[in-house]
Structure formats: structure tokens, C-alpha cells
Write a protein of this length. Structure first.
Lengths: 364, 364
């Protein structure tokens, strides 16, 4: 396997010294930044995550900052979600779409003030889309990428570890809500969120200089909790049905196809609303489904077609062996003709044909 | 060094089987795609490139396709360059900017027809900016990413190799011009361009299925020319003063700072024109300069500050040992106070302080 070449263009993060010292074995690049993908092994990392607590360098969840008198107006244009209902301490999952309803990104949006938002983006320069719209309409907003690097603390012991560093106030944070909590004299946004279903937090570390002190504080406080460096885990996230934008869903997909229709509830004439009206009324023609793949599978590094004879009926773009559930767990986009749970479909992988079986629900 | 984890999100290319078979040792990610960075070693790859001919998988130079009745109108909005002067077979280097004149990308634009352009982009989702503007203004254009994967043929023997595969017509292609030339019954855009100064071509391979047949045809025809798989080479490109968007220049820089002022000649009121007027008249306050760094340097994987006492006077973001010129060659962005050739400036690297010396010109 080839190594990754770091550069200023594919940036290191404020936590890179900690990540390297912890023995990171693999990276991906995400939003022009390094994102660890493995420490011990994906299997061992998953098992540890489910029992203990991990600290994840997810700096690559860059923030698109939208700030100014027209911030809410811009948010209402690009968000299918009803921004007027958003409360001051809330995190909103927002599947942003183009004029045809095709997904552009799926950020978690944080409202810092009525005229100030952060969109914590998946892999893609959504700020360029926002900037294009704001520029063309002459909106009074600043759009940029602030010096904010999220650090996730995930796993069943996350509450205990976070309480030791940020105080018991963290325990009161509700799911997809945040509090501003102090660390070394600075207040950070601390949200109950993160890309696992093991529970935990994301700390929006504002100011790169605070990165390693916070990293060290968490590791120093968590020795007896068996805290380790971790990262978004490909086994746990597929078992949990957490979708990866760019792999499981892309611009050719609508939020309805991705099971995200409930987030398209804005009463405003947002961009893409008219295009989504048909699917809002009658549902999509294809949908994300959990899939079990029979037999041995190799690494899933590209889109695997689901076929019925010579007809394309969907694809799988994430698949991995799950030691916990004893099957190959996968995420597929499946056409209506084949999406009934129990349907068996031929899957064309780069390692040969396999049989895929549509499931009723994800594993957690 | 950690390995890179491939996925559908960080895509393989139509040439990946050839690249892997050739023994690629390192990759970077570029436009959500794998880009090889090393085969034998960066030094050996550079030496070979300067003597023979290499085939480069630069599929990651994705095309932003702009097509439709308003295509030229959109191009005139986002291009500082005079699009009316562009001829039908021309490639235009276009430093695109935001409303403040900050660089968003530096694509090579190809005019396929009056209503049809490809922008071969550096690392960044420029299509999202174009889409935002087109959407907000209601322009009649389609903006997307076609199935086009550039393959570069670079080196002093590139003309000979290309003539064997595409015929002697390739020899008549002028610099930054293109011809449509047939391969296996399909016409491809073949341009005299590429990210080295060793001469050569870029073939815009339309249709992923043609990738490996063309790869194999080039290698089959070039055995006696010592053809090898290669990639943009960090030594050769720094010696040549070829700038990497994202490393050497970013949104905080204007085209004038990057020595690209001559490409800002549009008579139209393009976005950013007003902001650039001051620099157009009086020049920038900092500029890209060739730099020699004294002593041993380690890998340059981040931005190294140039300092005068406690004052920041620029930075270096690309630096490497040049066996040919016997110095550490580097690219810096240097403030006016220190940009005179011969100026010695302290450079703060992650490996300790070094002395940087401003040069008059790049090495070729």
C-alpha cells in the first residue's frame, strides 16, 4: 500500500503531533487535510471504541463560517431545513442541495448567534457554493474558514472523561445540543455529537494553539479509562448506518434517497425545493439500505454495482467484515424494484461477483 | 510514513491499474482522487523525466464543464482573463478570484465551443463557486464534472512517443493549443501543456474505458524511448517555478502576488476586478520569489515562516534538494521589504531555523 505525501495543501492538524506519537498507520485526505483512518487495526480500533473511550482528530470537519446581517437569509437559501426553528444551542444536520435537489454536502450546522453560523462540512468545498450565491446576490455576509478544529471524544466512557476535563456540565448537554465550556481560559463549543453510535462529544477547538494542550489533558485524565487515539471507524459506522458523503451519497442523490427527507421541512423557497417536491410527495425511486454481502469480500475501494441480469439496480460503496455481527455489513443505494428486505441481488465487486441481501435495518 | 486509505470518496482513476502495476510508492489526494507522487524516488523520477519520457496519471485534474447559452457570460464573470480573445483551439491559464481578488483556483481553461468550456482545476471544488453564481443569477448553463481524465506525456522524448501513437499531427500543436486527435475511433483533446518544463502533452481522455488501452498503447510504443510511469515531480516543478495552488498560493493571495497579473486583462466587470484595481495600478505588497535555503532541510510539509526578528515577512511552502543545481530550491511568498534578490531572511522550519536567500529567477 502506498504512503500519503503530506504538504501544505493536504494539511496536518493542530493534533498531528499527538496522532503521530500514537502510531497512526493510515490516513485519508478530507477537506484538504489529513484524517487518520487506522491506529492498531480497523477491527481492534472498533472493539476498543465500543468498550472504552477514544479521542479523534476530526479537524478535517472544517467550518464554513457564515456571518453578517444576511447570514440567516443565506442559510435559508441553502438549507432544506427550517432554520427559524433552530434554537441558540442547537446543532442541525442539514443536507444541502443544488437547484435539482442533488446533494452538495451534509454538514452539521451550529448556530452561534442569529447572524453567525458554522457549517461543519463533509468532504467538499461547500463554502465555494455559499460564496458564489452570496457574491451573485450581493449579500452582506462574510464566508470563510475559521481556525476551528473539532476534536471528538467517543465511546461509552466519553461522559466520564469529558466530565474530568470540562466538569459535570458536559453530562447535561443533550444530543445535538452544545454548551460553551472553558478550557485553559477559553470557551469552546462542546456538542453531544460525533460520527459513531457509541456516544460522545465534539469539541470545536478554536485556536490551533489549544490543540495539543487539550489533547494532552484528555489523555492525562483518562489513563484509567483506557483512553486511546482513534478515528472514525469504518466497521462501527457501517454497522450504525452512518453515511459517508462522497461514498454512500453524492450529487446524483437527493436527501430523500438518503433517508434524510425529514430534514427537508423548510417553509421557505430554498434552492432545490421545487425539484424535491415530487419526491417529498411520493417518495424516491431508490433508497439507502443496509446490505449483507455473502462470502469473503476484499476491501471496498470503489462503487460496486448491484445488477439484475444486465440491469443496474443500485450500488454498494461501503462494505466491511463485522466481527461483532459475524457478517459483511454494507451500505447500498438500491432501486425500488429491489429494495424490499430479503431481496437477493448480484453484486459485482473488483474481487469477483458476490450475493447481496437487502436488510430491514442497520445493526444499531 | 502512514499509508493512504482508498475509498469511493478518494477515487481511483481509469489509469490506476497501470499506476499500481508500475509500482507507485506514494500518493496524495487531489480533487477527491488519487494522484501519484513517487515511483522510484523523487530524485530518480526527476532525473528520468529530464532525459526520457514519462506518462503521468493526472486524472485528478478534473474538468469543470460549463455548457449552455450563458456559458460565456458565466466565464466572463469568473475569469479575470479576456475571454473574447480566446481562440477555438486555445488553452487559457485563468487565475479565478473572489470579490476581494483572492484566488479561488488556477485552472487551465479549454474552449470547446462558444457555449462549451472545460476548466481543468487545481485542488478545490471550483464547480461549487460557479454553480452558486449560476444558480443565484438563474443562468442557462449546465455545470458538472464530465468523465474526462487527463493523461500527461512529459519529457524531451514526448513528441516522439506521442507521434507514434497519435501521428505526426501532434508535432504541429503549439504551446497551450490543442487538436482533436483520434485514438481507437474516438477523438480526444490533445494539448501541448503539462506541469513540467520538460515539454509534452496532456490528453483529455473522455470515457474511462479508454484509459488503460491508451496507457498500454503509450507504453507499448515507447519501449526504446525508456518510457516510464511518472507524476508531477516536486523537484522539477520547484526548479521550474510551477506554483501549486493550495501550497504556494491560496485564497489570501491575489494573482498579482503570484506573478499572474498578466492574466488579469479582461475589459469586462468580472467579479473581483474592482478589488484588484489597486494592485493592477501599483503592484502587490508581496510576491512569489525563488528561494535558496542554506544547510540541510527536511521535508517541507507545512508553511515555514520567513521572519525578520519577530516580524513575519513571508513564508515558504515548497522546498526540496535539487541534485541538478546543488542547492535547496524553494518557492516563497515574500513581503516587499524583503523581496530584493540577494536578501537573506531567517526561515523557521519544523526542523529548526535555516537561512533563506531570495533569488532573481527560477532555475529554468
Amino acid at each position: 500500500m502506498a504512503v500519503i505525501t503530506p504538504s501544505r495543501r493536504v494539511r496536518k492538524t493542530p493534533f498531528s503531533p499527538g496522532v503521530e506519537a500514537a502510531g497512526v498507520k493510515a490516513y485519508t485526505a478530507y477537506n484538504h487535510m489529513l484524517l487518520p483512518t487506522m491506529f492498531e487495526s480497523v477491527e481492534a480500533d472498533a472493539a476498543h471504541l465500543k468498550r472504552h473511550v477514544q479521542v479523534w482528530d476530526v479537524s478535517c470537519e472544517r467550518q464554513v463560517e457564515i456571518r453578517g446581517p444576511d447570514a440567516l437569509r443565506l442559510m435559508k437559501l441553502i438549507s432544506p431545513r427550517d432554520m427559524d426553528r433552530m434554537e441558540a444551542d442547537q446543532c442541525y444536520y442539514v443536507p444541502t442541495v443544488d437547484a435539482r435537489g442533488g446533494m452538495l454536502n451534509d454538514p452539521v450546522t451550529i448556530k452561534l448567534a442569529d447572524d453567525h453560523y458554522w457549517m461543519s462540512v463533509a468532504d467538499g468545498d461547500l463554502w465555494q457554493y455559499a460564496l458564489g450565491i452570496a457574491t451573485a446576490l450581493g449579500l452582506e455576509v462574510e464566508i470563510g474558514e475559521p481556525d476551528v478544529s473539532p476534536l471528538a471524544v467517543q465511546g461509552p466512557k466519553a461522559d466520564e472523561l469529558m466530565a474530568r476535563v470540562f466538569g459535570d456540565a458536559v453530562r447535561e448537554i443533550r444530543f445535538f445540543r452544545y454548551k460553551r465550556l472553558p478550557f485553559e481560559g477559553r470557551d469552546f463549543v462542546v456538542a453531544r455529537s460525533g460520527w459513531s453510535k457509541q456516544g460522545g462529544y465534539e469539541i470545536y477547538v478554536e485556536g490551533a494553539d489549544y490543540g495539543m494542550p487539550l489533547w494532552n489533558a484528555l489523555f492525562g485524565a483518562g489513563l484509567d479509562l483506557n483512553v486511546r487515539a482513534g478515528c472514525p471507524n469504518n466497521i462501527e459506522r457501517i454497522e450504525s448506518g452512518l453515511l459517508s458523503f462522497g461514498s454512500d451519497m453524492r450529487r446524483e442523490n437527493t436527501p430523500y434517497e438518503c433517508g434524510l427527507g425529514r430534514f427537508c421541512n423548510s417553509p421557505e423557497p430554498y434552492i432545490g425545493k421545487a425539484a424535491l417536491a415530487e419526491q417529498a410527495a411520493h417518495g424516491p425511486d431508490r433508497i439507502i439500505r443496509p446490505i449483507v454481502i455473502e462470502g469473503d469480500i476484499g476491501a471496498c475501494t470503489e462503487s460496486w454495482p448491484l445488477v439484475d441480469g444486465s440491469r443496474w439496480v443500485g450500488q454498494v460503496a461501503s462494505a466491511v467484515w463485522s466481527p461483532e455481527f459475524g457478517v459483511n455489513v454494507a451500505i447500498g443505494m438500491v432501486e425500488k424494484s429491489h429494495w424490499t428486505p430479503g431481496t437477493r441481488i448480484e453484486l459485482q465487486t473488483e474481487h469477483g461477483p458476490r450475493m447481496a441481501v437487502v436488510q430491514d435495518k442497520f445493526w444499531r
